[in-house]
Ligand binder design. Sequence first.
Ligand code: NAD
Length: 495
Amino acid sequence: MTTLQHWINNAEYSGDDRTGNIYNPATGEVARQVALASKATTEAAIAAAHAAFPGWRDTSLARRTAIMFKFRELLTERKGELAAIITAEHGKVLDDALGEVARGLEVVELACNAPYLLKGEFSENASTGVDVKSMRQPVGVSAIISPFNFPAMVPLWFFPVAIAAGNTVVLKPSEKDPSAANWMAQLFAEAGLPEGVLNVVHGDKESVDTLLTDSRVASVSFVGSTPIAQYVYSTGTANGKRVQAFGGAKNHMLVLPDADLDLAADMAVNAGFGAAGERCMAISVVVALDTIADELVAKIAERAKTLRVGDGTRGCDMGPLITGEHRDKVAGYIEAGIEAGATLALDGRTGATDADGSGFFLHPTIFDNVQTDMSIYTDEIFGPVLSVVRVSSFNEGIDLINASPYGNGTAIFTNDGGAARRFEHEIQVGMVGVNVPIPVPVGYHSFGGWKASLFGDQHAYGPEGFKFFTRNKVVTKRWLDPSHGGINLGFPQND
Ligand code: NAD
């Protein structure tokens, strides 16, 4: 069985004895192993990035951009290969994997605009004969730690921006589906990226802790569950690093009585069960006004029943969950929901599956009459389980969503412009959809939630991404002539 190795200085790097399993989630079999980095291996990657930083920082914008354009070209040509790797290790269906790559490509395209986005500001004659300019410079070695659910897109949210801005990177992808990261780093090397600019280490807590504490690492971009995000934020900042740590989510979709219920049901199914619910922007709670709840639940259940579940390479709608352990955890929530008294409108614990072997499958599950103290409501389940909470008014719906500790994404379904506008204004969530169930911003805006969905204040990609990966420097200058002579210890004033 092969073992996936690290990628340091544009070459494979091996030497670790510890390994982890990479499964094919559709068959349940171990497909290969992945090396798990020791502290020493992680330090080797940091050292490579640290050594490459001065040269890359001083590489012209023209040259950096030319390499980024080439990477974009290669990724566009070969996106099918990357999608196949994602499906093989994550399990999501091929179309969905291609969609993930397309959304990542948007950020590569943004990074091709780096010269424009990195332009500074200039004030001529701020004081007599004095000019002031501000410029943005790279922060240095940037660590990126990513989750299993988007093995290509989430790394692509960060490394193209970091690299275009002149930083060097150590990427530690999820050890559950790590091959996409190596593939992308190798492709970037083919595009002409110099040694040490993008390094990949595979590993777990040992590697993450090294990245969080090593003094050569300047910034940390983390995406994962809320408890680990909190840990990464507090440890990284305590060690003097700039940190953005994106956490978990529980995304609500509020459906008002004037909405087109057929369209709303389509969207709830797409956003609830796409990628088997393993999306940080998945809809996991439908908030329905009492007057339409019966009809809406019936329409959602009728559609969810028709989803074909199976191996993502076979043209089905929904693939398996990432591991057997995670599948069992999600099934445990279904038991807990039944025990707590929620109405099981669709039971996904059994059903026909188009796959070989015994993959990590669950079918779509829908609970109605969910109460806010039930674990199926309070916890992020991260699986194909949709809860319906009934409310008696629009205000009650807004209050419910605002009471959630998470604030990643939310959506309202309505044809009433006034109601939608009030929702946009009052809702305490970072990304809002109006008749759009998964409002992941386009590459030239920025992605980020509020509350327990993000620790740190800069969002990913877009203008905020460039801010995160650069530091502002302001230069005040004049060219001295004899009239500037003389001693004056007063605080400089402008005139
Ligand atoms: P996870 O928190 O288990 O792992 C994320 C990363 O942290 C991985 O690289 C993992 O190796 C590392 N890690 C795991 N345990 C660690 C520990 N004890 N110490 C240090 N590092 C550790 O998350 P996951 O299961 O891979 O991904 C799913 C989670 O990610 C969900 O909660 C989902 O909502 C969240 N997510 C959030 C966003 C967002 O933008 N807010 C996007 C995607 C996923």
